[in-house]
Ligand binder design. Structure first.
Ligand SMILES: *Cc1c(COP(=O)(O)O)cnc(C)c1O
Length: 368
C-alpha cells in the first residue's frame, strides 16, 4: 500500500466537473487582476469567519507582512510570537524591520503559552502574533487581555486554521486581524499561492487594500509604500469552487483524527493531539509524539507512508535569527517538540484501509 501525506489528485478528480468551468470563465473574461471572483471570495470568507471585511492577498506570508505594514509596525518595534511555527510568522516580523520576541509553547497543544506573554512585553512591544498551529486556535482570551492592558495589536496567524473555532468564535475574527493561507496543502488550498486577511476594522481593511496595491489611493497617488500583494482572479475562482466543500473536508479530517485516536488509545507511547474542550480544530495536520521519532519517520517512509516533521528546527535556533542571540535551551518546550513530533496523513480522501495501514505501521514501530 502507498499512502501519501496529502493526495490533491484525489480531490481534483472529485472536483474536476466544477473546477474547469470556473477556470474557463476567467479565461473567457481575460479579467486576471481584481476580477469579480476576488470580491466574491472576500465576501464568502468574511461571512464565514464572522468578520466585517476580508482582503484577498497573494499568499499567507504576504497577508502577515501586509498586516504589519498596514499597522505601521517596523524598525524599533517588537512583536511577540511563538518559536514553534512555519518560518513565515517570524520571517515577516523580521522583513518588516521589527524584532520577533519569542515566547515558549504549551507542551500539549504546541500553541503559544499565554501565561508567559505578559513577561515578554516591553515598551517596544506593538503586537502579539499567535499562531493557531495545526488547525487549533491558541487560547485567545488571555492574549486579548494582555493586548488590551498594554494597547497592543493582535495579528492571528490563522494560516492553518480557517474555519476553526473557540467557544464558537471563528479563527481570525478575534484579534485586530487574522491571516489565512491558500497554499495547496492548507484545508482550503488554491491552485498555487494565495492568502487573505480578515478584520472587524473597516479602516484597517482599507489600508490593506491600499497596501496590496503599492499603497496607492487614488490610483497613481502614493501616501505610503505598499507592494504588489494582490490575489489573482484565477486563484479566487478556483477557491470559490473549493470553498463549497470546506466544511465537509473539515468533518472528514475530524473523523480521520477520531479513527487514529481510537487506534492509538491503548498505546501509551504514542501521544495523540490534545484539543481543548472550548476548541474545535480543523486538523490541518494530525501530529503525534513518538519515542525515537526520526527512526519512526524512516520506518513509515520505508513502508510508503508520507509523513513529515512540522517543524524540525524551532525559530530561535534558525541561522538567520542568530543576531537575536538565542541558545537552543531558551525555549525548551519548542525545542523538545521539534525533536519529537510527527505528522501523519489526515487528508479528507484518505480511505479506511489507508488510515488503518498507517496506524498499524506506527504501532508496529513503537512496539518493536
Ligand atoms: C502556510 C503558513 C504560512 C504562510 O502561508 P503561504 O501561503 O505559504 O505564504 C504562514 N504561517 C503558517 C503558520 C503557515 O502554516
Amino acid at each position: 500500500m502507498n499512502v501519501p501525506l496529502l493526495d490533491l489528485k484525489a480531490q481534483y478528480t472529485l472536483l474536476k466537473k466544477e473546477m474547469l468551468p470556473a477556470i474557463e470563465a476567467v479565461l473567457e473574461s481575460q479579467y486576471f487582476i481584481n476580477g469579480p471572483a476576488v470580491k466574491e471570495l472576500e465576501d464568502l470568507i468574511a461571512q464565514y469567519s464572522g468578520t466585517k471585511a476580508a482582503v484577498g492577498v497573494s499568499s499567507g506570508t504576504d497577508a502577515l507582512l501586509a498586516c504589519l505594514m498596514s499597522l505601521n509596525i517596523g524598525p524599533g518595534d517588537e512583536v511577540i510570537t511563538t518559536p514553534y511555527t512555519f518560518f513565515a510568522t517570524a520571517g515577516c516580523v523580521w522583513r518588516a524591520g521589527a524584532k520577533p520576541v519569542f515566547v515558549d509553547i504549551e507542551p500539549d497543544t504546541y500553541n503559544i503559552d499565554t501565561t508567559k506573554i505578559a513577561a515578554a512585553v516591553t515598551k517596544k512591544t506593538r503586537a502579539i502574533m499567535p499562531v493557531h498551529l495545526y488547525g487549533q486556535m491558541a487560547d485567545m482570551d488571555p492574549i486579548l487581555a494582555v493586548a488590551k492592558q498594554h494597547n497592543l495589536y493582535v495579528i492571528e496567524d490563522a494560516a492553518q486554521a480557517i474555519g476553526s473555532t473557540q467557544n464558537g468564535r471563528k479563527a481570525g475574527s478575534l484579534g485586530t486581524c487574522g491571516c489565512f493561507s491558500f497554499f495547496p496543502s492548507k484545508n482550503l488550498g488554491g491552485l498555487g499561492d494565495g492568502g487573505m486577511v480578515v478584520t472587524q476594522d473597516e479602516a484597517l481593511a482599507e489600508r490593506l487594500r491600499e497596501c496590496r496595491n503599492h499603497g496607492s489611493h487614488p490610483k497613481y497617488y502614493h501616501k505610503w509604500v505598499g507592494a504588489n500583494f494582490r490575489l489573482d482572479t484565477l486563484q479566487a475562482a478556483g477557491l470559490i469552487v473549493k470553498f463549497r466543500h470546506l466544511e465537509n473536508w473539515h468533518a472528514a479530517r475530524r473523523a480521520n483524527a477520531a479513527r487514529y485516536n481510537a487506534f492509538f488509545a491503548d498505546v501509551p507511547d504514542i501521544i495523540t493531539p490534545v484539543v481543548r474542550e472550548y476548541n474545535q480544530t480543523i486538523y490541518n495536520q494530525y501530529v503525534i509524539r513518538v519515542p525515537r521519532r526520526d527512526a519512526c519517520l524512516e520506518h513509515l517512509k520505508k513502508n510508503n507512508i508520507g509523513c513529515e516533521i512540522y517543524y524540525p528546527v524551532a525559530m530561535h535556533v534558525q541561522e538567520c535569527f542568530a543576531p537575536l542571540g538565542h541558545k537552543p535551551g531558551d525555549f525548551p518546550t519548542a525545542q523538545k517538540a521539534s525533536q519529537e513530533t510527527l505528522a501523519l496523513p489526515i487528508y479528507p480522501e484518505l480511505t479506511d484501509e489507508q488510515l488503518r495501514y498507517v496506524a498499524e505501521k506506527v504501532i508496529e514501530f513503537v512496539k518493536s
